[in-house]
Design a protein. Structure first.
Length: 160
């Protein structure tokens, strides 16, 4: 009995197939051998992150855990980019014989899903401390305003 396919996995398989087609098209359209080799060497994850997803110019991608280890916080509401993780284990010859070559998922069977967040979706530890410092300054400034206004509006003659 086969277990039902994860919808996220199905989505990533479809995107990966589109990325492969794009890579092949770019390779065929190359004018030089070096350009063709460049496109041929690009991984599916590279194609997904640089050509399929709208990453808004992001340059660094990490998992939630990796960002936490760096002291960064993922912004609320950020959606992760779905890519392929490292294979769980390599196929051996016996497994290859059992596989159905017409199964679209067979090629990705041993690859787990990986969820990445870009540098545009996080607040670094440095930015977080600057934000907190700015909030403190604004709070102190707002607290002093009513006191200053009161003393400026009331003219008292103090006699000692």
């Amino acid at each position: 009995m086969e277990k039902p396919q994860n919808p996220k996995r199905a989505e990533l398989i479809a995107l990966s197939n589109e990325a492969k087609e794009l890579r092949g098209t770019m390779e065929e359209a190359s004018e030089t051998e070096n350009e063709a080799l460049f496109w041929a060497s690009k991984t599916i994850n590279y194609m997904l992150l640089n050509h399929m997803y709208n990453t808004d110019g992001a340059t660094e991608f990490n998992t939630f855990k990796q960002w936490k280890e760096q002291g960064a916080t993922v912004k609320k509401g950020s959606k992760a980019f779905l890519v392929w993780g490292q294979p769980i284990y390599k196929k051996n010859d016996e497994d290859k014989e059992e596989e159905n070559p017409n199964d679209p998922e067979a090629e990705y069977k041993y690859f787990p899903l990986c969820y990445l967040f870009s540098d545009k979706q996080v607040i670094t530890a440095e930015e977080l401390s600057q934000e907190r410092e700015q909030t403190k300054k604004e709070t102190v400034s707002k607290a002093q305003e009513p006191t200053e206004k009161f003393f400026n509006s009331v003219k008292l003659d103090i006699v000692l």
